[in-house]
Design a protein around this ligand. Structure first.
Ligand code: F6P
Length: 359
C-alpha cells in the first residue's frame, strides 16, 4: 500500500511576486486542515536545499496567519540559485531532502523554477508539485498567474500619473514596464492606462512609425503616452540588457529600453521626451484582491495534488478553471503575445500605435 503523505516542503524561487505568501498560507492551511501532514518552509528557494545544513522552518496554522495580504515571500527567495550547477550540489539537495524526510517539494516560481524543479526531479527522483508565479504572465499553459493583476494595477496607475506632466508640458512620456521577453504586462497596463503607443517585445518597432504617430498627436492632443515592455527592441536593433547575473540559470536582466527609445525619438519630434522606468515597484506591495484569491486557489489546488500524489504536475489556470499540467510541458517554454491576439487586434482597431506601421 502507498504510504500517506507525511512531510511536505514548500519553497519560493525566482523574483518575489505579490501573492506568494497567499500561496504558502493556502498550501499550509489546506494540508494542516487535512490533518496528517507536517509542512516545512524551505528558505531562499533552492538555496535552502543546496546548503550544507538545509535552511528550513516549520509552518503551521499560526505561522501562516496574517500573511494573506502581504507582498514578498515570508520564506525568502533567490533567482541565482542553481541546484543543477554540478553533481555535488545536486547530491547535496538529494541528501537534504532525504534527511528532512520530505515526500514532496511544492515549488512556487516562474518558468526558471519550473525548469529547475523538473531537472532536479529527473536527476534525483525527488517529487515536486509546481505553482506558477510571475508578474510577467509568461508561463506556458497558464492564462493568468497571480502577481500579474497587481503589477498591471501598479503600472496602470503610473501611466495615469505621468499623463498629468504629459498634458501640462505637452510632452511625450515613455513608461517602461517589466515583463522580460513577453509583452503581457506592457499590453494590459498600456490598454488600461490609455497609452497612445504600446511597444511589445513580440513586435519590433519602427522608430519612424512611432514618430509619425507622436507628430500627429503633437498637432492635435499635444501630448503622447508610450508604454514599452523592457524586452522590446527597434527593428534591426538589439535587446537592452541591464546586467548579467553570474551563476543564475537565467543570467540576462533586461531594462532601459525606454531610455534608448527616448534618444531615438527626440531628434524626430518638437516636444520634449521623458522616460520613466517603473522597475521593481511593479513587483512590490500588497497583492490585489484578485491575486489574493487566485493565489489561494493555486495553493489549495497544489495541496490537493500533493495529497493525491499527482507529482510532476504544475497548477494552472486555463479556460477559467484551476487545473494542472505536467511540469515537463512548461519547463523552458515562455508564453508570449501572438501578433494576432485579440487584445493586439483590438488595440489597433481603437487607434493605438503598436510601432510597426502608422495607425
Ligand atoms: O520575472 C520577473 C521580473 O520582475 C521581470 O519582469 C524582470 O525582467 C526581472 O524579474 C528582474 O529581475 P531582477 O529582480 O533580478 O532584476
Amino acid at each position: 500500500m502507498t504510504r500517506a503523505i507525511q512531510r511536505v516542503g514548500i519553497l519560493t524561487g525566482g523574483g518575489d511576486c505579490p501573492g506568494l505568501n497567499a500561496v504558502i498560507r493556502a498550501v499550509t492551511k489546506s494540508l494542516v486542515h487535512h490533518g496528517q501532514c507536517a509542512v516545512l518552509g524551505i528558505q531562499d528557494g533552492f538555496e535552502g536545499l543546496m546548503a550544507e545544513t538545509p535552511l528550513v522552518q516549520p509552518l503551521d496554522w499560526e505561522r501562516v496567519s496574517g500573511i494573506l495580504h502581504t507582498g514578498g515571500t515570508m520564506l525568502g527567495t533567490s533567482n541565482s540559485a542553481n541546484p543543477l550547477r554540478d553533481a555535488a550540489t545536486l547530491a547535496r539537495v538529494a541528501r537534504n531532502v532525504r534527511a528532512l524526510a520530505l515526500d514532496v517539494v511544492v515549488a512556487i516560481g516562474g518558468d526558471g523554477t519550473m525548469s529547475l524543479a523538473h531537472g532536479v526531479s529527473q536527476a534525483t527522483g525527488i517529487h515536486c508539485v509546481g505553482v506558477p508565479k510571475t508578474i510577467d504572465n509568461d508561463i506556458a499553459h497558464c492564462e493568468r498567474s497571480f502577481g500579474f493583476d497587481t503589477a498591471v494595477t501598479t503600472a496602470t496607475e503610473a501611466i495615469r500619473r505621468v499623463e498629468s506632466t504629459a498634458s501640462s508640458h505637452h510632452r511625450v512620456m515613455i513608461v517602461e514596464t517589466m515583463g522580460r521577453h513577453s509583452g503581457w504586462l506592457a499590453l494590459e497596463s498600456g490598454l488600461a492606462g490609455a497609452a497612445d503607443v504600446i511597444l511589445l517585445p513580440e513586435i519590433d518597432y519602427d522608430v519612424q512609425a512611432v514618430a509619425v504617430h507622436c507628430r500627429a498627436r503633437e498637432a492635435r492632443q499635444r501630448y503622447t503616452i508610450i508604454c514599452i515592455g523592457e524586452g522590446a527592441k527597434a527593428r534591426g536593433g538589439a535587446l537592452t540588457v541591464r546586467e548579467h547575473v553570474a551563476g543564475s540559470p537565467d543570467p540576462v536582466r533586461l531594462g532601459g529600453v525606454g531610455h534608448v527609445l527616448r534618444l531615438q525619438l527626440q531628434p524626430l519630434l518638437s516636444s520634449e521626451v521623458r522616460t520613466t522606468v517603473l522597475g521593481h515597484v511593479q513587483r512590490g506591495g500588497d497583492p490585489t484582491p484578485f491575486d489574493r484569491v487566485l493565489a489561494t486557489r493555486f495553493g489549495h489546488h497544489a495541496a490537493e495534488l500533493v495529497l493525491a500524489r499527482r507529482f510532476g504536475e504544475m497548477v494552472t489556470f486555463s479556460g477559467a478553471r484551476i487545473t494542472s499540467v505536467p511540469i515537463a510541458r512548461v519547463a523552458n517554454v515562455q508564453r508570449v503575445v501572438t501578433p494576432d491576439h485579440e487584445l493586439v487586434t483590438m488595440a489597433r482597431d481603437i487607434g493605438v500605435c503598436l510601432g510597426d506601421a502608422p495607425a
